[in-house]
Every structure is written in structure tokens, then in C-alpha cells.
Design a protein around this ligand. Structure first.
Ligand SMILES: Nc1ncnc2c1ncn2[C@@H]1O[C@H](COP(=O)(O)OP(=O)(O)OP(=O)(O)O)[C@@H](O)[C@H]1O
Length: 328
């Protein structure tokens, strides 16, 4: 049975329109008008227990709004959501025990106090007995390599340490479902890797379900076999990362090392040339013509080496977001 079930979910935000100037302010006060922003539109998906799913979309696509509905912070305008069999917006205590939301740009730890104090507050909120608190604290701080950092004020932690401490605070009650909104935002490469490793370990150890948004594709490729792609509020793809490339990157990149120079006028017969550097040529070749094109290249050109790659996922997603072309 799905641990997250989303059916025809929509969210419309009414936004007041205000013209500048005194007249605009008076009008705004006495005759307020609204326009509607459709942030999420008729989205449906199901996630099974233990899955790690990446939630992708350009800025403003509707990811955070969806996460807020899944965690019960806002009401849906339409549709149904069930998380661990609860309706999130009812915010029942038992539901809150089962989930956690971590937002990279927000923090729950108190700035001037050591993280340990905030953790104790969380333990009290979630009714975690002292013995279990100590066990979890030990286990999670070891997994996050944070042991020595919990007794110093949060403001004195590095960004990466702070993010790890935020994760510790979010996981102290051992939630079954973890919603992560940009958990590696602003972290350096090493800290990003540490957070990723931790999430992978946490997922494996506790069979936790994780829904993750990130603008760093490395997070998604390292952690998620499955991705959801949202565009202007609508879900346009739900499947594997490889499938995403197949659907949205119709060409593969063929890199050929030539043993002697070949004129460009001849090379153009084998595919779209992406770059020529010395005797190395990179082509874009459509997936359906790939095998015949490679056979032709090998038979007709002086090839010393040849490799075939998918274009980097960042490039594919970036192009997709930039052009808004989603229906090929
Ligand atoms: N409280 C709100 N009131 C009105 N409009 C909102 C509100 N929150 C979000 N929006 C709008 O809804 C749309 C979706 O926003 P959302 O924050 O869900 O996008 P996102 O995919 O998380 O983007 P990002 O990657 O930039 O965080 C945007 O057009 C945004 O301006």
C-alpha cells in the first residue's frame, strides 16, 4: 500500500492586486481585487514505503507548495492527499510523529543555544523517553559525525554542520516519511556529499520514505531512482531518471577520437556537431539513428576511439526549464 497517495491535487493562491501610489493604496484598502495563481494543478502520484523520490521542477514550478500540502501546512484547493494513512491538513499528533519536513532555507534550531538544547525541546514535544533520546542522539550524531558540535551555540556552527544538526533535530522522533526541500542548499561539495550519504544510510537503516527537492542534480542522481517532474504546477513526468533522459533528451552524445583530421564538411554527414577540439569530435545523434550512425562512423572515418554518453542530466533539465518545452 502507498505511504503517500496524491490524487488530483491542486492549489490556487488568491493574491491581492495592488497598484502603486496613494490611489492604489486607497483602492487596495476599500475595494480589494484578487487574481489567482494556480501553483499546483491536478497532480497525482503514489509513493511506496522506503522509496527515495526526487521532486524536480524549475523555480516556481510548485514543488514547495506540494510539500506544504503533503505535510499539512496548507490546505489543498482540490484533490486528496494521504500520508501514512492520515490526511495531512488535520495535523493529528500521530501524523506529526510519522513525518518530518526539512527546508534548507529555514531552520528550527535556536540560534543562540547549543543544538543539544533544541534537541531536548524536540524530545519533549515528541514525548521521547530519556533513554531512547540518548540512544537516538548517539546513533544519529555518529552517523552525521556531529558528536563534538552539539554543545556549542548553533550560530558558531558552519553551514554544513548546521544543516546536519537540523537533520538530526528533524529525525529524532524517527519519522517514517521525510520531506526534504533543498537540504543541501548553499553547502560546499564535501558537505553535500556528507548529507547525501547520511540520507542514504538513514533510508536503508530505517526503511524511511524520502521525497526530496533539490536544484543540485547530483543529489537526485545519487539518491533517487525515481523522479517526479513538475512544470508550471502540472506533473509532466513520473518515472526513472534514465526514462527522463530518454523522453526529454532525444539525442545521445557520441565522442569520436580521429587518428587524422577530417574536414568539417565531411563530419556534418554523421550528426549535429557539438564541438571539435583538435582531433576529437562530439556529435549529437538521435537515439533511433544511433546504431546505424555509429556503424557508418566506424566504417567510414579514421576512428581511434569512440564513446557514447547521455548528455548531462543538468543540461537536459536546464534546457527543459529554459525552453518550457515539455511535450516532446
Ligand atoms: N503564499 C503564496 N501566495 C501566493 N503565491 C504563492 C505563494 N507561495 C507560492 N506562490 C506561487 O506559487 C507558485 C509555486 O511556488 P512554489 O514555491 O511551490 O515553487 P517551487 O517549485 O518550490 O519553486 P522554487 O524552486 O523556486 O522554490 C509560484 O508562482 C509562487 O510565486
Amino acid at each position: 500500500m502507498s505511504i503517500i497517495a496524491v490524487e488530483n491535487l491542486s492549489k490556487i493562491y488568491p493574491v491581492a492586486i495592488k497598484q502603486p501610489g496613494l490611489k492604489g493604496t486607497l483602492n487596495h484598502f476599500f475595494r480589494r481585487t484578487y487574481r489567482e495563481i494556480k501553483a499546483v494543478s491536478d497532480v497525482s502520484f503514489h509513493i511506496q514505503p522506503g522509496e527515495m523520490v526526487g521532486f524536480l521542477g524549475a523555480n516556481g514550478a510548485g514543488k514547495t507548495t506540494t510539500l506544504k500540502m503533503l505535510t499539512g501546512l496548507i490546505y489543498p484547493s482540490n484533490g486528496r492527499v494521504k500520508v501514512a494513512d492520515y490526511t495531512p491538513f488535520k495535523r493529528q499528533h500521530k501524523f506529526l510523529q510519522k513525518i518530518s519536513l526539512v527546508m534548507g532555507q529555514k531552520q528550527q534550531l535556536l540560534w543562540d543555544l547549543p543544538a543539544l538544547d533544541s534537541l531536548r525541546i524536540n524530545a519533549a514535544i515528541y514525548n521521547i523517553p530519556e533513554k531512547i533520546f540518548q540512544q537516538r542522539l548517539h546513533e544519529l550524531s555518529e552517523m552525521l559525525s556531529l558528536q563534538s558540535k552539539l554543545t556549542q551555540p548553533v550560530r558558531k556552527l558552519s553551514l554544513g554542520e548546521r544543516m546536519k544538526a537540523e537533520l538530526l533535530a528533524a529525525l529524532l522522533h524517527h519519522p517514517q516519511v521525510l520531506f526534504l526541500d533543498e537540504p543541501t542548499l548553499g553547502l560546499d561539495v564535501n558537505a553535500q556529499v556528507a548529507v547525501r550519504k547520511f540520507l542514504e544510510q538513514y533510508n536503508q537503516r530505517y526503511d524511511a520514505t524520502i521525497l526530496l527537492t533539490s536544484h543540485y542534480m547530483a543529489d537526485i542522481t545519487a539518491l533517487c531512482d525515481r523522479v517526479l517532474l513538475i512544470h508550471q504546477g502540472s506533473l509532466i513526468y513520473d518515472g526513472s531518471l534514465d526514462g527522463l533522459l530518454e523522453r526529454f533528451a532525444p539525442c545521445r552524445q557520441v565522442t569520436v577520437e580521429l587518428s587524422q583530421a577530417v574536414p568539417k564538411s565531411e563530419l556534418v554527414n554523421y550528426g549535429d556537431i557539438e564541438a571539435i577540439e583538435g582531433q576529437q569530435v562530439k556529435f549529437f545523434v538521435s537515439r533511433e539513428n544511433l546504431t546505424t550512425t555509429i556503424s557508418r562512423i566506424l566504417a567510414q572515418l579514421p576512428v581511434s576511439d569512440l564513446s557514447v554518453n547521455d548528455p548531462p542530466i543538468e543540461e537536459v533539465i536546464g534546457r527543459l526549464f529554459a525552453t518550457g518545452q515539455v511535450d516532446n
